[in-house]
Ligand binder design. Structure first.
Ligand SMILES: [Zn+2]
Ligand SMILES: [Zn+2]
Length: 439
């Protein structure tokens, strides 16, 4: 497997002398697998030069994995030369948005108002495949996807070949609270010691990877002002990679306002914390040869599958603050869900018992019965056993978070919350639980 970075910058392209060494193009990573399969992760402005290099060899067969349809990850697609070469065959994978399908979110940037050639009139054969969480095969490769914690539904990609494992995990933010449970011993890296179940899932996704390309837009010092923006600190990225026992971590999605010296400093700080793990900051033009061994794995025929989601998911929202109830009702109804509200824990439990729900959002501090006690009662009901229960609360101490997961809640979001991130989290859980019910 060989990897080459064509764009490493997050959010917006940032060309100029101050970013010349690491590069100013938005995300695009080329990976050539052992069996010759061409994989491309994201299609930011870096895809333009990659496309020119590829098209020199004639028609191109490529698999493009889009993390999400925020513009920095797709804006290079209309300028990706192989799309204009007849005989090229591109398969583009990615997650649906909340209010539109992946093909429509991806093609939207090529509407007449923005670009002269619509998506469906590209000379190349372009197949668009909508993905949720799951696993599928391409030739001898295994691809696993998992939702990240971002301000839009976003997928990470884990690619395993006969030679090793690559994980691409960008546009992801640490879940609520501290990284570690209270009382965690320094310099130990056990997945079970992570405070938030979401971070445990994330570490498991990176498990034993040979290389992890990870969002690391911030450091701990600039993070407080950027909490809820959907990006990681280097400290968090290093912790997750160490918990996962990854061999190498690549810092990625550099902040557009960080100059080369700033990225150097981030990389130094990350290395100081990384122990034996190898850490580099991704730079445009860098090539990494990971392993040469060719794979002779049996090919699995099973293809990728689209995410399943209930056509009109029913969500129960319980909060004693009418203003918050109103916001949640408006936002979630706007996303197409059927929202039923409760003003205390007793009412929430009664409603949940008498009526089926696909997801339950609970405040912690409520009259009559608090959210944790309500969650405990709901988990005793056989048919509510697998329903995602998301706590949405102003109680933010690490002990509170630990206590909530001990009661069997699925996720824990603290107030004040970023609305975009809450919407993405709700969407991800609905998609996951639809998969569970399907089996
Ligand atoms: Zn981004
Ligand atoms: Zn994004």
């Amino acid at each position: 497997m060989r990897i080459r970075f064509w764009g490493v910058r997050g959010s917006i392209a940032a060309p100029g002398p101050e970013t010349a060494r690491y590069g100013g193009n938005t995300p695009c990573v080329e990976a050539r697998a052992d069996d010759g399969t061409l994989l491309i992760f994201d299609c930011g402005t870096g895809a333009r030069k990659l496309g020119i290099a590829l098209a020199r060899g004639g028609p191109v067969r490529a698999h493009l994995f889009i993390s999400h349809t925020h513009v920095d990850h797709i804006q290079g697609l209309p300028f990706f030369l192989p799309a204009f070469v007849p005989g090229s065959h591109l398969t583009v994978y990615g997650p649906a948005g909340i209010d539109r399908s992946f093909p429509s979110a991806l093609g939207g940037q090529m509407d007449y108002a923005y670009f002269p050639v619509p998506m469906d009139q590209l000379p190349a054969q372009v197949e668009i495949v909508e993905l949720g969480e799951g696993e599928f095969g391409i030739g001898s490769l295994r691809i696993r996807t998992q939702f990240m914690n971002h301000t839009a539904p976003t997928l990470g990609y884990r690619v395993t070949t006969g030679g090793g494992t690559l994980v691409y995990a960008t546009d992801h933010e640490a879940h609520e609270g501290a990284t570690w449970r209270p009382g965690h011993a320094n310099e130990t890296f056990d997945e079970a010691d992570l405070l938030h179940a979401g971070d445990q899932r994330h570490a498991a996704f990176l498990r034993d990877a040979d290389i992890v390309i990870h969002d690391s837009q911030y450091h701990a010092g600039d993070y407080p002002a950027k909490a809820g923006w959907g990006h990681s600190t280097i400290e968090y990225a290093v912790d997750m990679a160490r918990v996962a026992n990854a061999k190498r971590l690549v810092l990625f999605h550099h902040d557009p306002n960080r100059d080369d010296a700033g990225v150097d400093a981030l990389a130094r700080a990350a290395r100081a914390q990384a122990g034996d793990m190898d850490v580099i900051a991704a730079a445009e033009g860098d090539e990494i040869v990971l392993w040469e061994r060719a794979s002779d794995d049996a090919t699995e025929a099973e293809g990728p599958h689209a995410p399943r989601i209930q056509t009109r998911a029913r969500i129960l929202v319980a909060d004693d603050d009418p203003a918050i109830l109103q916001v949640l009702d408006t936002v979630l109804s706007g996303d197409g869900y059927q929202v039923i509200t409760a003003v205390d824990g007793v009412m929430a439990v009664e409603l949940a018992r008498s009526d089926g729900f696909d997801l339950i959002l609970l405040d912690v501090q409520m009259p009559r019965l608090d959210g944790l006690a309500a969650a405990r009662q709901l988990r005793k009901e056989a048919r509510l056993h697998d329903v995602p229960i998301v706590m949405l609360t102003a109680r933010t101490s690490d002990r509170d978070i630990e206590a909530a997961f001990a009661e069997g809640v699925t996720d824990y979001i603290t107030k004040p919350f970023a609305v975009a991130q809450m919407r993405a989290r709700v969407r991800s859980w609905l998609s996951r639980s639809a998969e569970v019910h399907e089996r």
